[in-house]
Each structure stands twice: as C-alpha cells, then as structure tokens.
Design a protein around this ligand. Structure first.
Ligand SMILES: [Zn+2]
Length: 432
C-alpha cells in the first residue's frame, strides 16, 4: 500500500466511521410507500402527460434531438484549430465565432451588447441569445440554459493551465465542455422544431472564463444581467456530457435540487418517462462549497438552478480530453432529460421557488448507493480492489440502504443523515 492509498483508506475509514451506528437502525424497516422508486414513478406518471399542446410539442421536439448535429458540433469545438478555447485568445475567438454562426442559423435572437450576441467583460466574452416565449403573459420569464465554452488552452500559451502529453500540446476539452456547448445547441435545434413553441422564453448563454473561476457567469450575475434575476424561472449549467464517472455507470446527475422547490419532481417525472436515470442530487455532489460550475453565482443570488453533468472522467483537465471520450448515446441520454425538463419549466403554470438553507434529501442516498454498487461490481476498474476498500464501501452501501429503507424523520436524524452523506462526498473528493 503506497502513501496515497493509505491516505485514501484512512479518509474513507473516517468517513464511514464518522456516522457508523444508528443510521436508520441496523434492521431494515418497511419503506415509507411515498419514497420508493416504484411509487415515485407512479406519481411521476400522473404528473406529466400531454394534457395540453405544449408538453405534446416538447415531446415531438424530443424526437428531433439530433445526435449527428451534436457530434458535428463536438468535433468542431474540440478540434485542434480551436487551440483549447482559452479565453482572450485566438482559439477562444474561433470557438465564439462558430457558436454565434450556429445560433444565427438556428434563428436565435442576439441578446448581447449593441444588438450582437457578445457580452464583453474584463476577462472574456459571453455569448447570449434568446428564443422568445409564445405566451404574452409569460414571455418575460426565462429559463436560462447555458454551457461554458472556454477551456484550458495549450501548453505553450503561457497561461500554465494545460500540461502537454507527449506531442499533444492542446487541451481540447472535448468533454469539458465542448460536449455541453454541443448539447445546448442540439437542445435549441430540437426545441426550435416545435411549431407550438414554449410559453416562457429561453435565454441561451455560453459562458467564457469558467475555468478561471466562473468569471463569465459571475460577471453576468453581478454586473450585467440581461433581465432581472427574478425573471429567471430556472438556470441550468450543462457541463460535461457523455462521460462515465465510474465504469459501468450510464447515469448522469442533476445537481442543486436542494436549492429549489419544484424541479426535483419534474426530473423524477422525466426519469420515469424516459426510463433512464439522471440522479436528482444536492449541491454537495459538486464538492467543497458546490462552486464548480456556472450555476454557483446564480444559486448564491437566489435563482433555482440545476447543474446537469455526467461527472468528470479520468481525462478531466488533461490533454487527453479528446472527442472519443464523449459517448454519443450517453450524451443524448442526458440531453433528452435536459430538453424535457427545460420544456416543462418553460411551460408549467408554476415556477420553481428558491430554497434557502435546504434540508438533506433521501435522493442523495439513492445516488450514492447506486454509485457504491457500481464500484463493488468491479472494484479493480477504479483501483479499489483492496479488500479494505471493498469492505468499507460495502458498509457504506449498507448504511445508505438503511437510510433509504427508513428515511430521516426528525431534525436530529436529518442532521445525522446529512453529515453521513457529506462525509462520503468529502472522502470521494479527497480521492479525486
Ligand atoms: Zn467544465
């Protein structure tokens, strides 16, 4: 066991031991019927149905989500010609020009400075466009759908963010985040195909300088919001699409569900409708203070947010993040969810509301249990074949199952459960 492995073991051990004991009791008790996946699916079926033309149109649009368009955009944006899309470089400009040309061909209206698509700030340039809503009473409310288009540049651009691998001196950022940009463009293309349109407007944004510390989104929120933040029904950041956080896992994540009321149910319903899983999870899943993508400044400003992503793959932030790491079917799986959630929120009578100081939700336990089971199915695939790791993860999965079988029902239990979930995630991020 090397030093790094020993450190990981001790972290996992501490995480596990920290909340060992009374979590839901050692004996599984009968589930609260309202919390099982089966009954949640039934609830979801009841909640979503093409009862008016707008949902029907959204579902028709889903059929037009064009995988080949997504792939073509991914290949262009992750090409060496884009030089790693570093902000304030020729490569960043080339990526921006390409994105703007796509928005124009998709019929998106410019929403940047001086009648154009660009919103310039000190460290870069965001790209903003609008798809107007069709309901006069709701068209001044927006669902903001976004992805950052910048990445780490090259090993010779003097910025020091990209390390060469052999002769490969360009960090193409195919998964991070050419995939998200391609996904949002494909979403616009699909929703555009609806003749009914959406009731609320869409604000489509491609952020710059995310990799330098969320600078584009922070500028937008703090200095230059196009419309009052209160007019945003929701804000989505699509960041890293089509990768696998753990080999064998085809699911993705919708982070930040804890900070809004109303989006979680929509995502559950969409999961049930599509039969594939995007886990609705809390901001804790993005590590540390949850500030790892452009949703963060919006969440801090009280806007309901979701960070849609598949999670970092082993090539994250390396020169090996090339197009082949993005699996087309997995990317389309996540984007189908984003398209339907966008359509639901753009059409729903009620808007999500912001939740300040959220309580831990049992959905986190489902996601962590399933990730743990995926690791246990082939521990060597993630380098955790040491029996000590396997035993710790088995214990962790068992305790999560206890919480699922007997969800926290008092403030004290919620506190204990929340600490347990956070301790696991802290251990995972220490490991990453
Ligand atoms: Zn990213």
């Amino acid at each position: 066991m090397n030093g790094r492995t020993a450190a990981i073991v001790s972290i996992l051990f501490v995480a596990f031991m920290a909340c060992d004991g009374e979590a839901g009791g050692d004996v599984a008790t009968p589930s609260d019927a309202s919390s099982t996946p089966e009954t949640r699916q039934a609830d979801a079926d009841a909640e979503v149905g093409p009862t008016d033309p707008y949902p029907a149109a959204a579902r028709a649009a889903l059929a037009n989500l064009d995988a080949s368009y997504f792939q073509s955009q991914l290949l262009v944006l992750a090409d060496d010609a884009m030089l790693g899309r570093q902000n304030q470089t020729e490569g960043g400009q080339a990526a921006r020009d390409h994105i703007i040309a796509q928005l124009q061909s998709l019929g998106v209206q410019p929403a940047g400075d001086n009648g154009g698509f660009e919103q310039v700030f000190a460290e870069g340039t965001n790209v903003l466009g609008i798809v107007p809503g069709t309901d006069p009473a709701l068209a001044d409310e927006f669902v903001l759908v976004s992805a950052h288009y910048d990445h780490l540049g090259t090993s010779i651009d003097g910025r020091g963010q990209c390390a060469a691998i052999g002769n490969d001196a360009i960090c193409n950022g195919a998964s991070d985040n050419a995939s998200g940009v391609a996904g949002v463009l494909a979403l616009v293309d699909a929703l555009n195909s609806s003749t009914t349109g959406l009731k609320r407007s869409l604000l489509i944004v491609f952020w710059d300088a995310e990799e330098d510390g969320l600078l584009g989104s922070t500028h937008y929120v703090a200095v230059a919001p196009l419309v009052p933040l209160a007019n945003l029904a929701a804000m989505f950041s699509v960041d890293i699409v089509g990768t696998r956080i753990i080999p064998g896992v085809e699911a993705a994540f919708g982070l930040g569900m804890d900070y809004s009321q109303g989006i979680r149910d929509v995502l559950h319903a969409v999961n049930a409708e599509l039969g594939t899983q995007v886990y609705p999870v809390s901001m804790n899943f993005s590590g540390g203070d949850g500030g790892r993508s452009d949703h963060k400044p919006f969440q801090e400003a009280g806007v309901p947010v979701v960070f849609f992503g598949a999670g970092s793959s082993p090539v994250y932030h390396t020169a090996a993040d090339n197009p082949e790491v993005v699996e087309l079917e997995l990317a389309m799986m996540l984007m189908r969810h984003v398209v339907l959630v966008t359509a639901e929120l753009a059409n729903g009578a009620d808007r999500p509301s912001y939740v300040d100081g959220p309580s831990p939700h049992i959905d986190d336990a489902y996601a962590l249990r399933d990730m743990g089971e995926a690791i246990l199915a082939d521990p060597s695939a993630v380098g955790l074949e040491d029996p000590l790791f396997v035993g710790l993860i088995e214990g962790w999965v068992g305790e999560l199952q206890d919480w699922i079988d007997s969800p926290p029902s008092t403030p004290a239990e919620e506190e204990e459960y929340g600490q347990f979930v956070r301790s696991i995630l802290d251990a995972v991020y220490a490991f990453l």
